[in-house]
Design a protein. Structure first.
Length: 397
């Protein structure tokens, strides 16, 4: 997966003249892989949504499936653009080859045509002209096969040039079709998100109190690390409260005895197994890895990874969990913080628009918002029990 990310297509598009042909081919291969992964995820989420019985679970999986379709279209557009760049490079190389080959051939055929058009009367008026004419005719006959071979090669290359032109037109048509599909899916997701926000406002007033608490923490935090620490402490407290045992119910019939009661109590209070990895982990966007975990950045080691992405790229939840913070933070744009099982916390920065709200329960792939215009970059940090971990390691589980 890391190899795919290293060559993954990002914000570079048709207007990137400095990109090498080898990088463009890597972009194409990586984008095709990302499109296939997003397509498979969308199909799996569609199936899970059909099987879901709870309305909230069904709605979450439907939104995640639609977000996966958006990411599939984004990756396919990158693949189409890479394919167009490859074709244009091939056409440019072919034009240069044709120019080199056509010039001497044109000069040769022009000279031969002039010789072949000498009037026969000249041979009678000038001494030695008859011998020259015979020599010229022999020269023409000996050169004709070579001219034919060269013109046959040129005809083949011209036919290849026309084929490349048709391929370029087809790739551009496919790109335009994917852009139209992307716009449609984004509109559909916008409608779905608006409907879900309305339902959440009507059903849950506690989430607004949690959002106010998160904003208060953000105002007090001196930096992003302080905000994360405060939210992690709040999440740990919430988890401890949720783990407190409830009232012990009397048996439905009869008396179980002290031994059975002790066994039942031990079973009820036994801690749940703590996951060592995040299930169904995925990167929040499709893009090119431009900064890895631990890379030197401004004199310090990067605590996450940074991806260069397409304008308005769809951003999704890397794994299931609960949104602990969603909003602006100084110097980082719009950010999302998600509490995951097992003491994991993910931080996504660089968003231009956020669609998730504090208190939302998300599944892996749930839509969170969009990247900005131009050449945006999205950063993902992952922590476990307050310590930074490499998000790419989760991709191998």
């Amino acid at each position: 997966m890391a190899a795919v990310l290293a060559g993954a297509a990002g914000a570079q598009g048709l207007d990137d003249p400095g990109q090498s042909p080898a990088q463009t081919r890597r972009d194409l291969a990586a984008a095709q892989v990302q499109a296939g992964q997003a397509r498979a995820r969308a199909e799996r989420l569609d199936h899970d949504a059909q099987q879901a019985t709870a309305a909230a679970d069904k709605a979450a999986k439907e939104a995640a499936a639609l977000a996966a379709r958006i990411q599939e279209a984004e990756a396919q557009i990158v693949a189409d653009e890479a394919r167009i760049r490859i074709i244009e490079q091939q056409r440019s190389d072919l034009r240069a080859q044709l120019a080199q080959r056509q010039k001497p051939l044109v000069e040769l055929t022009g000279a031969l045509q002039r010789l072949s058009r000498r009037p026969p009367l000249v041979a009678l008026l000038r001494p030695g002209s008859l011998a020259d004419s015979v020599h010229t005719r022999a020269l023409l006959e000996s050169m004709l096969p070579q001219v034919q071979r060269r013109t046959a090669a040129l005809r083949s290359e011209l036919a290849r040039a026309r084929a490349l032109q048709e391929q370029a037109r087809a790739a551009e048509a496919a790109r335009q079709q994917e852009i139209a599909s992307l716009d449609t899916r984004r509109r559909d997701l916008g409608v779905m998100e608006a409907r879900q926000r309305q339902a959440a406002r009507e059903a849950n007033g506690g989430a607004s109190r949690e959002a106010e608490h998160a904003l208060a923490l953000a105002e007090k935090a001196r930096d992003l690390g302080g905000l994360l620490q405060g939210l992690e402490q709040a999440a740990a407290l919430r988890d401890r409260l949720a783990a407190l045992p409830g009232p012990v119910l009397r048996p439905a019939s009869g008396w179980a005895g002290a031994g059975q009661m002790a066994a039942d109590a031990a079973y009820d209070l036994a801690p749940s197994p703590v996951p060592t990895a995040l299930p169904d982990f995925l990167l929040p966007v499709t893009g090119r890895l431009v900064s890895g975990f631990g890379d030197a950045s401004r004199g310090t080691a990067a605590r996450g990874i940074t991806l260069s992405v397409r304008p308005q790229a769809q951003v999704v939840a890397p794994s299931g969990g609960r949104v602990a913070f969603a909003g602006p933070f100084a110097g980082y744009g719009q950010i999302i913080i998600i509490d995951h099982p097992g003491g994991f916390t993910s931080l996504i920065t660089g968003l231009a628009r956020i669609s998730a709200q504090v208190g939302d329960n998300v599944v892996a792939g749930s839509p969170l918002g969009d990247a900005g215009p131009g050449r945006p970059q999205i950063t993902l940090e992952l922590r476990r029990d307050g310590r930074p971990v490499n998000p790419l390691d989760q991709l191998h589980h």
